[in-house]
Design a protein around this ligand. Structure first.
Ligand code: GLY
Length: 375
């Protein structure tokens, strides 16, 4: 068991990592259930998958302690992060009579967590919530740190709020049912922590990545706990991304976002896969600038490829050029500029925000990366 505090003044909370937590949820979340002892139903939000897999077990565990559960169940996928679903969810919370002292439980991946967090941020100007993340990506990234949002026609996550959860309970056992592809996509974010700030952890992941992906309990808990500990430190120091610290968590995301946009934010390239390839590109571009060696950039690429993640652009089969990918980056940042901040590497284990990157040079670099190597 690991307990990692997120030390935010006035809003400190714990992230607890332990196998079997979900099966003993009533005990693990006891302080946040007290208000429901009168018989009011505890509000749980899930998607159809997490509800099917864990709904009955959660209900039985809470019923054994005298609690009743009410469910709001969304379809899996980003389509749940819309104004329409948000309106239905907030109406449902109001109809249940939630108060600011109550806590809503989010049982699912990043979509459910982002939606519930935002609904709780705006309902009665702030209701509490507990994160029960069920994907590796949500466990190591989105459930911690208080970024909540929905998507709109203008883009993903553009309407949202910082609203910290009151507790995050991570049960690695739920990953047993996670499809391997999603497990690998979450592992990309784990590798990100090593690359951005912890060379020793990166080395550990090179040696133990296969054990993590195989859900070996000790390796998995170490990977999750080390990732969360770094995120907790960063969030405590720069909750609202007002200096360059929290921005480091976006390593691989600018390149990755352009690839997601070009592939239509579809199953063709999952977010974690885009981040993985984005990190390879960030490493290779850092090598092009002479900041790390080509050998180190290729070491990062090998670690990503070894996890079964995309590490080369030609494999994606894109038909665009580098300039088009740069256009996606400009659009994402709403910038007509000739430069954008880029997360680059000074070393494997040390990322920084570069503000002197020429987008024409990025386009030329991407053109070269898009060209398959001769056989
Ligand atoms: N996923 C990036 C952050 O939480 O800041």
């Amino acid at each position: 068991m690991a307990v990692i505090p997120v030390a935010l003044a006035g809003r400190a909370y714990d992230v607890v990592i332990e196998e079997g937590l979900l099966a003993r949820l009533a005990e693990a979340a006891a302080p946040f259930l007290k208000g429901y002892a009168s018989g009011r139903a505890v509000p749980f939000v899930a998607d159809t998958n997490t509800h099917r897999l864990y709904g009955a077990g959660v209900e039985a565990d809470l019923a054994a302690q005298g609690f009743k559960v009410d469910w709001f169940v969304v379809e899996p996928g980003e389509d749940a992060k819309t104004w329409g679903v948000l309106e239905q969810l907030t109406d449902w919370l109001l109809a249940l009579g939630v108060t600011r002292k109550d806590h809503v439980f989010a049982l699912g991946g990043g979509v459910v967590g982002d939606l519930v967090g935002f609904a709780c941020a705006i309902t009665k100007r702030g209701v509490g919530f507990v994160q029960l993340p069920t994907t590796l990506l949500a466990q190591v990234d989105s459930s911690v740190g208080g970024k909540t949002a929905i998507n709109t026609a203008a883009g993903k996550n553009l309407i949202g709020a910082f609203h910290q959860p009151s507790l995050v309970l991570i049960d690695p056992l739920v990953l047993a049912t996670l499809p391997d592809r999603e497990m690998r996509a979450g592992f990309a974010e784990v590798l990100k922590y090593g690359l951005l700030g912890d060379a020793a952890f990166f080395g550990w992941l090179e040696a133990n990545g296969a054990a993590v992906l195989a859900r070996k309990p000790a390796a998995l808990e170490h990977a999750i706990a080390t990732s969360i500990a770094m995120k907790a430190r960063i969030v405590a120091a720069d909750e609202r991304e007002t200096d360059d610290l929290r921005a480091l968590l976006n390593l691989g995301h600018t390149f990755g976002h352009a690839l997601e946009a070009e592939t239509g934010f579809s199953d063709r390239l999952l977010h974690g896969e885009a981040v993985a390839l984005g990190m390879v590109l960030a490493a290779r571009y850092s090598a092009r600038r002479g900041e790390i060696s080509s050998a180190d950039a290729e070491r990062a690429a090998r670690a990503i490829a070894a996890a079964g993640l995309p590490a080369d652009l030609p494999a994606l089969g894109l038909t665009c050029d580098g300039a088009r990918l740069v256009e996606h980056m400009r659009h994402d940042k709403k910038a007509e500029a000739t430069t954008l901040p880029f997360l680059l590497l000074r070393a494997l284990g040390e990322a920084y925000v570069a503000r002197d990157v020429d987008l024409a040079d990025i386009a030329a670099f991407l053109d070269a990366e898009l060209t398959p190597l001769p056989a």
